[in-house]
Design a binder for this molecule. Structure first.
Ligand code: BG6
Length: 466
């Protein structure tokens, strides 16, 4: 064996409630449910979240398939819009409690560690329409009501919690680049949301630590999942380096620093202040952020970011945008996953490992998402009905080689989760890009078949390496 990983390494995969469960028996709508109801054309092939991969109905069979591909841990997200009956009083929905209890118990019965996330972009739409969603600090406190309920209901069995998945996608998708509802372009709101989500995450960490101490739980912990996409400069010119540095501190460090170090990057605060868009904050809130850092980190990595100094004019009519300080750069030599259009650059995993080791106190972390999306994957189905995805196996191996090197050099990484166990619904892209170890062969029948990569992943997990 060439690459052996540390003992008890997590070999798992990640999904989320809104992307796998389907809307069956849901008490409320999240922003994607609402968006689909009002504009189905916005979604690839007009496929919405109604059925997703039917996890609500088939979770026992699905978890059995996850066991068959060797997963020892799985992350999913509890849907805020499913669990809560009343967002203000904290009353919960009885069927949702039953459902999540059964899911958690089934994972544990199958020897799979459940990692539970609280927000995967999916804020209940009422909280957006009534209060302004993450722009509002009232919603921050309503989120803490939901978080506390999750700990109280499931914290006796769930020992690994996550506050947010890829929090930066919330301002980017909904308030800058229009790929998530409410499809606004409002840089000032986006900046306030960055702050408010950091505050919400710190308050949820605080609430978990209080719950844990009171319940006498010794082995529970809470973290955050950040898409730590390194931003590489086009050239070593000071202008390109400065542009990439801004992209890095805005996209990554605006969440990473408060989560791990308890404070926002001073340079970012200065730039946003000079630009006149700095968030509204209170000293007591900054104190909460300072005192409630995460116990561990999840890192999602798919592809690098490349940046250059701006060459084109920004559309001033849109108001302030972070893009004022950088422009995306397409590296001509990039290796591209032609089935998704994303650059493949495995070395970034090593760069992330060294960054976390050297600049973030070597906090325990794991790869919480990595994966290869393939459009039209059905064309790779062989005569036996199995998706022959050697490209995915190669993709995983290459990333693991670099992760292994990072670990050998002292990175404190304890696991690797692939996106995703079973092909799942992916927001606007719906079922366009498939990522799973297990295929959903047909959306209508929801027949599921293990891919070649699923068989390989089992041997990877059993051998703790390859
Ligand atoms: C990740 C998200 O960044 O990308 C997932 O956390 C998402 O929720 C995944 O499904 C894949 O995205 P896409 O657009 O390629 O389907």
């Amino acid at each position: 064996m060439q690459y052996k990983f540390p003992e008890n390494f997590w070999w798992g995969a990640a999904t989320s409630g809104p992307q796998s469960e389907g809307r069956f028996n849901k008490a409320h709508r999240n922003i994607f449910d609402y968006w689909y109801d009002t504009d189905p054309d916005a979604f690839f092939d007009k496929v919405g979240p109604n059925v997703a991969s039917n996890f609500y109905n088939s979770f026992r069979e699905d978890i059995d398939l996850m066991k068959q591909v060797g997963l020892n841990s799985v992350r999913t997200a509890i849907q805020w819009s499913r669990l809560m009956k009343d967002f203000e009083t904290g009353e919960v929905d009885a069927d949702a409690v039953r459902f999540y209890n059964e899911v958690i118990d089934e994972f544990i019965a199958k020897g799979i560690r459940p990692v539970m996330n609280l927000v995967h972009f999916d804020i209940p739409v009422e909280l957006l329409h009534q209060y302004g969603g993450w722009e509002s600090k009232k919603v921050v406190d309503m989120f803490v009501i939901f978080a506390r309920k999750c700990y109280e209901l499931f914290g006796d069995r769930v020992k690994d919690w996550i506050t947010f998945n890829e929090p930066m996608v919330i301002p980017e998708g909904g308030y800058l680049y229009k790929f998530h509802y409410p499809l606004k372009v409002d840089g000032k709101a986006a900046v306030q949301i960055v702050y408010n989500i950091n505050l919400a995450s710190a308050k949820a960490v605080q609430a978990y630590h209080e719950y844990r101490d009171k319940a006498g739980i010794k082995d529970g912990r809470i973290g955050i999942v950040i898409n730590l996409t390194p931003a590489y400069p086009r050239s070593e010119s000071p202008e390109d380096v400065a542009a990439a540095h801004f992209a890095e501190i805005f996209k990554n460090n605006a969440f990473l620093d408060p989560a791990v170090k308890g404070e926002f990057p001073a340079e970012l605060v200065k730039i946003l202040t000079d630009d006149g868009v700095i968030w509204e904050s209170e000293p007591e809130e900054l104190e909460i952020i300072r005192n409630n850092t995460v116990d561990y980190l999840g890192v999602n990595y798919y592809h690098p970011a490349r940046a250059k100094a701006r060459e084109t004019e920004l559309d001033e009519s849109l108001g302030w945008l972070p893009d004022k300080h950088f422009e995306d750069y397409e590296w001509p030599e990039a290796r591209i996953n032609a089935h998704r259009g994303w650059e493949i650059y495995p070395k970034a995993i090593y760069d992330i490992a060294i960054n976390v080791r050297d600049n973030y106190g070597n906090i325990p972390w794991y790869i919480s998402e990595n994966g290869m999306g393939v459009e039209g994957e059905a064309k790779f189905r062989n005569a036996d009905g199995v998706i022959d995805d050697d490209y995915r196996i190669d993709f995983i191996k290459e990333h693991l080689e670099w992760l292994h090197k990072g670990i050998e050099e002292g990175a404190n990484c304890f696991g690797y989760h692939l996106w995703t166990p079973i092909d799942c619904w992916s927001w606007m892209n719906a079922y366009k890009n498939r990522y799973g170890l297990i295929a959903v062969d047909d959306l209508a029948t929801q027949k599921k078949t293990i891919k070649k990569s699923g068989v390989w992943f089992k041997s990877l997990s059993e051998n703790n390496g390859f």
